[in-house]
Design a protein around this ligand. Structure first.
Ligand SMILES: [Zn+2]
Length: 213
């Protein structure tokens, strides 16, 4: 998960593309990779799925969703600046109510003050309750909406060599003469995957299941 920064991959992307900037403020550059550009494209929608559970309070007050109700706008007449962290809203005895009143309405302040938190624990990114059960399906649909999938574009594009594109096309339409296809045409015989020798040779086995392929 990129925003949680729990993997080397996430740390690498942040170091390469965000440097000192907050991930919400980074903009597209011509030389960026396709993966990064598509992540930026989905950023706003993806961030609506998460909320920061308050711990040490190192997240940005304005740019990280920690209230559960989206981002909050900085007041124009306040002394808070763009790098204000949640920990700036605390005093020795807990929340600094005066500081909270400068940026939140009373209803939200009441909700926040009721939530228990441990200042010695790291801030934690959690999935909002309403999307947690179908989280993977939700993410998949968000990133690859059904209407946008075009098999033609997946197969015939400038990133695949003609021979790879032709193989993909044959795979898509079942034109690769594996034993399961030959069997449908009446050519029956003993069949074993030539790599693992564990199962019958078939398209799903060769391309998706075989542990040696
Ligand atoms: Zn196999």
């Amino acid at each position: 998960m990129f925003r949680a920064q729990t993997s080397i991959w996430a740390k690498f992307l942040k170091g390469k593309y965000c440097r000192d900037q907050h991930p919400s403020l980074v903009t597209n550059r011509l030389e960026d990779s396709r993966t990064w550009k598509s992540m930026l494209k989905k950023r706003t929608k993806a961030e609506q799925l998460f909320i920061w559970e308050i711990g040490e309070g190192r997240k940005n007050v304005w740019l990280d969703n920690w209230t559960g109700e989206g981002l909050i706008s900085p007041p124009t007449d306040s002394h808070f600046n763009s790098t204000t962290q949640k920990s700036d809203l605390w005093s020795a005895n807990g929340w600094n109510q005066q500081a909270l009143q400068n940026i939140l309405d009373n209803r939200l302040i009441n909700t926040i003050m009721k939530k228990p938190f441990d200042r010695y624990r790291k801030d934690k990114l959690i999935v909002k309750k309403k999307v947690s059960q179908t989280f993977l399906a939700f993410i998949a649909n968000l990133c690859f909406p059904e209407s946008e999938i075009s098999w033609t574009k997946c197969v015939w594009n400038k990133y695949l060599s003609p021979s790879m594109a032709f193989l993909s096309w044959k795979l898509l339409y079942g034109f690769i003469p594996t034993d399961d296809i030959l069997k449908l045409k009446g050519l029956r015989g003993p069949s074993r995957c030539c790599l693992c020798k564990c199962e019958e040779e078939s398209l799903p086995h060769l391309f998706f299941k075989c542990y040696q392929a």
